[in-house]
Write a protein that binds this ligand. Sequence first.
Ligand code: FES
Length: 162
Amino acid sequence: MLQQEEVKSVDDVLDQAEGQRGILITVLQRTQEKLGYLPEEAMRMISGRLSMSLSTVYGVASFYKHFHFKPRGKNIVKVCMGTACHVRGAKAVLNEMEAKFGVKEGETTEDLAVTLETVGCVGCCALAPVVTVNDKDLYGELTPKMVDDIIDMVRSEHGTHA
Ligand code: FES
């Protein structure tokens, strides 16, 4: 259930979209920016105010990998599974991350500290295998020891207790 403040955020987004055609994706983006994801209640509000069926709104949102329907972690850790990283041990890195964070790929830790995801090539194949944290910090040429260090760093530097 959305908090009153969150309902107001979605209402504000919808007020700004009033009367504009083809605004659904923008509304979804702005709603996700405000709430961090697209909860069902927000999707229902969007459906009602834009006079679109809920299935249409979900259909459009689920077409794009960018949109999320569950809360995401404060930190987003992505293991590159592109060809170069795969060949150089990305699966072992992912397995280690899953074991240490206690979640599977695509899941978020219970305390919402970390979401663990995989990603296609991030363009740094020479550094394979590669992990990114919050889409800004990149760690390459990973070894199992470095994976432990990254996990410790995410827990401390990024202010989590995962
Ligand atoms: S395959 Fe991982 S950076 Fe290119």
